[in-house]
Design a protein around this ligand. Sequence first.
Ligand code: RRO
Length: 301
Amino acid sequence: MNLSVTLGRMTLKNPIVLASGTCGYGREIAPYLDLNTPGAITVKGLSLFPWEGNPPPRLFEVRAGLLNSIGLENKGVERFLQEDLPFLETLETRIFVNIWGRTVEEYVAVTRRLDAAERIDALELNVSCPNVERGGASFLSDPETLRELVGRVREATGKFLIVKLGPTMQDWEVTVRILEEEGTEALSVTNSFPAMVVDVERMDFVFAMKSAGLSGPAIKPLALKMVYDLVGMTELPIIGMGGIMTAEDALEFLLVGARAVGVGTANLVTPSSAADILKGIKAYLLRKNMENVEDLIGKVR
Ligand code: RRO
């Protein structure tokens, strides 16, 4: 059985990618999941300097999902390189690093720093964080700033370049063409959905920022439609994600054309989910008498 997939010039040994923000910098999830199991791990979004993030509460469970308001908290690129990359380098798994900045210059500076680390396989530009005023989704709603951002990052690194999109994207056609023209090599689709919870006893919003990012099963059909639409719009390979909890969920994304799948919120529920999902995909291929996982990609269009 051949589980490997290609995303342009990137090869993954299997289509499972641990989604950014749900597996720390790797060591946090390592006691529960053999990190050699997934095809890639994406570490929590890094910035040039350490960042404290939002005040608590930061998580709130709803019936079929999870709202988060982490606010881009991270230890900063230098500490990651010193404290975490040496551990990740021992793995036989692709290392994807998610990055963000408040300005184009900050994104470029983080990119340069990570470009020097040979073992890092890809950078994922976060332009879709729902929980901050600047540096997140604002880049996605302004096509010309997005063009400058991706172009400048592209100049700063030869590494495989992924852009992580979210549901607040304005003109999809325009955005996708800009990303293609500026040298994006793959899309991660999708980040969480801006959402809200009110505490009726306190008569106030649960989150200090009022709005927070919704992920988990609640968004799966929405995310699947986004992936389906984008697959029809671009040749760029897509890493599909949004509420994938089971092998069946992952298969839905592959069947509509995602070339890999991100496991995110599931890691917070059952940190070994990625292994179970991969096992389920293998069992499905056996049952369907199929040899290559790539033969599933885009079979339902
Ligand atoms: O840190 C966060 O609050 C966060 C980020 Br950067 C993101 O991209 N998506 C999300 O749901 N939360």
